[in-house]
Design a protein around this ligand. Structure first.
Ligand SMILES: [Zn+2]
Length: 205
């Protein structure tokens, strides 16, 4: 599943490197503790592991800036399934059309264009924001823009909206608590003199 995190990183320095450093403690592949498996063998695992892949922006690009990748003409590509014709005519397309004469193309619904894959999207400037910008806006953003996790560069633990309690992930999403956590974290760091940036991250876990 893909989740949305905000990485809090220092104001100066390379964004890619700092975000990678902020997320590193939560890489599920890190070997932190030994756990006895059912087969009797001990396996390394990371009790704080959250992700096996991440990307800045990704499926959550624009979540704090209002940018909508689906509406950006720069991100549309000729549909790969129908070669831009809007009518899929390979074996699959002909089979589907035989069953349903109204079938056009399952890649583009007949438009001939499709959205580029998120990994091909260029960096959106609105995914890297000043902490102050986020702080003044966080109480007003819709619930969908409240992150699932907050990872602070150099800190020991991520703040999570839901926690695994050993048997299950709690289903209720505490968006109000998460807004408060984010505001408290950012303002505490400002008082300490940090001028942070906040980065939108899409992670798979
Ligand atoms: Zn198509």
């Amino acid at each position: 599943m893909h989740f949305y995190a905000l990485a809090v990183i220092p104001g100066d320095g390379d964004v890619d490197r700092l975000v990678a450093e902020a997320l590193a403690p939560y890489d599920v592949r890190r070997e932190v503790e030994l756990l006895a498996g059912e087969d009797g063998e001990a396996h390394w695992y990371n009790p704080d592991g959250l992700w096996d892949w991440f990307q800045i922006g990704g499926r959550w690009t624009g979540v704090l800036s209002g940018y909508r990748p689906a509406d950006d003409p720069a991100l549309t590509r000729s549909c790969r399934w129908c070669a831009g014709t809007g009518r899929r005519d390979d074996e699959v397309g002909r089979e589907r059309r035989a069953a349903d004469p109204a079938f056009t193309c399952n890649g583009c619904d007949g438009r001939g264009e499709m959205l580029a894959w998120p990994t091909e999207w260029p960096r959106h400037h609105g995914d890297v924001l000043d902490a102050l910008d986020v702080l003044v806006r966080i109480s007003d953003v819709p619930d969908e823009a409240v992150p699932f996790a907050i990872m602070v560069h150099g800190s020991e633990r991520a703040v999570l909206m839901e926690r695994f309690d050993g048997t299950r992930i709690r289903v209720e999403r505490d968006t109000a608590g998460m807004r408060r956590e984010l505001a408290d974290t950012l303002s505490a760091r400002m008082r300490e003199g940090h001028a942070d940036r906040v980065v939108v991250v899409d992670y798979h876990g």
